[in-house]
Ligand binder design. Structure first.
Ligand SMILES: N[C@@H](CCC[C@H](N)C(=O)O)C(=O)O
Length: 293
């Protein structure tokens, strides 16, 4: 039975999303419907879909409410191919902008909005460049798969990093290598991670550190969405990987240039260990109504 879906299109550094409100949790789209919405020729076109649902009305929301009862809204995130992801760094800023715009939530002055995700509760606050999300704890996942990509002459070692969702970061020699990559083809990982991975290719800027801030360029092939203009969790993983490779004395503040703009990444000590925060813009672009079969 066809039905109308009211949606808002939003973007953060060119990573774009279709957002819709389903507070009661009774409009779960199928993977096929998600893929149809994200199709850039036959649908609205987006890198992912975000459903705004109250944590209390979703199984995955129960853990969020246990972790923090103030996380009343859950970011139900889907990739463009209809697969689910645990977390989206650009998406959570755009989601915060959407919750504010709809009058569903507020960010108290000097405070933060707690949002449930499949990777735990994240806190979003206002920042000079838009919004900042405390992404919480991160870890090297212990893998170093070989990465092959179209227009990369030889396989390169990657570094596996979990920032709530899985990433493999690969260092390239220079801007030329980064620009020549053809990410219309899926990078091949050896061994293949069980849950797949988002793959980031990074190049340090010259100089790497300026005024105490580390600077890198990044392109990404996202699990479930292909090449995108930006990936927030990918920027976080990339800054963490480059800091790891640079060794002691490397900065905790990073500026990550992606094809769609610039993101800020900051590592800081919290009560439970080191956290990493991501900041950047978030924009709601237009509203619409889509008829879905
Ligand atoms: N674009 C996002 C990440 C979206 C999810 C990712 N494709 C996955 O499957 O983990 C970001 O900004 O972090």
């Amino acid at each position: 039975m066809p039905f109308d879906l009211r949606f808002t299109k939003g973007q953060g550094t060119g990573n774009d999303f279709v957002l819709f409100a389903d507070p009661e949790g009774d409009t779960e789209l199928t993977p096929g419907q998600i893929a149809a919405v994200c199709d850039r020729r036959f649908g609205v076109g987006a890198d992912g879909v975000i459903r705004a649902v109250r944590s209390a009305n979703l199984d995955a929301g129960a853990a969020a409410l246990t972790e923090d009862p103030s996380a009343v809204w859950f970011m139900d995130y889907w990739n463009a191919d209809g697969s689910v992801s645990e977390m989206c760094g650009n998406g959570i800023r755009v989601y915060a902008a959407y919750l504010l715009d709809q009058g569903f939530a507020e960010i108290p002055a000097g405070g933060a909005l707690a949002i449930g995700t499949r990777a735990g509760v994240k806190r979003v606050s206002r920042a000079a460049n838009g919004f900042q999300a405390d992404m919480g704890r991160w870890r090297l996942d212990g893998t170093e798969p070989l990465v092959r990509a179209r227009e990369l002459p030889v396989a390169r070692p990657g570094l596996g990093i979990d920032v709530g969702n899985p990433h493999v970061v690969v260092a390239l020699a220079d801007d030329g290598e980064l620009e020549r990559l053809d990410l219309g083809y899926v990078p091949i990982l050896d061994p293949v991670p069980d849950a797949g991975a988002n793959v980031e290719f990074v190049v340090p800027a010259e100089p790497l550190v300026e005024d105490g801030v580390g600077r890198i360029r990044m392109r990404v092939h996202e699990r479930g969405s292909g090449e995108t203009l930006s990936c927030g969790t990918g920027a976080v993983a990339s800054a963490l990987a480059v800091r790891h490779w640079a060794g002691s004395g490397a900065p905790n503040d990073w500026r990550v240039q992606v094809p769609g703009g610039v993101l800020g990444v900051r590592m800081f000590e919290a009560a439970d260990g080191e956290h990493v925060a991501l900041s950047g813009p978030a924009e709601l672009v237009f509203d619409g109504v889509l008829s879905l079969a």
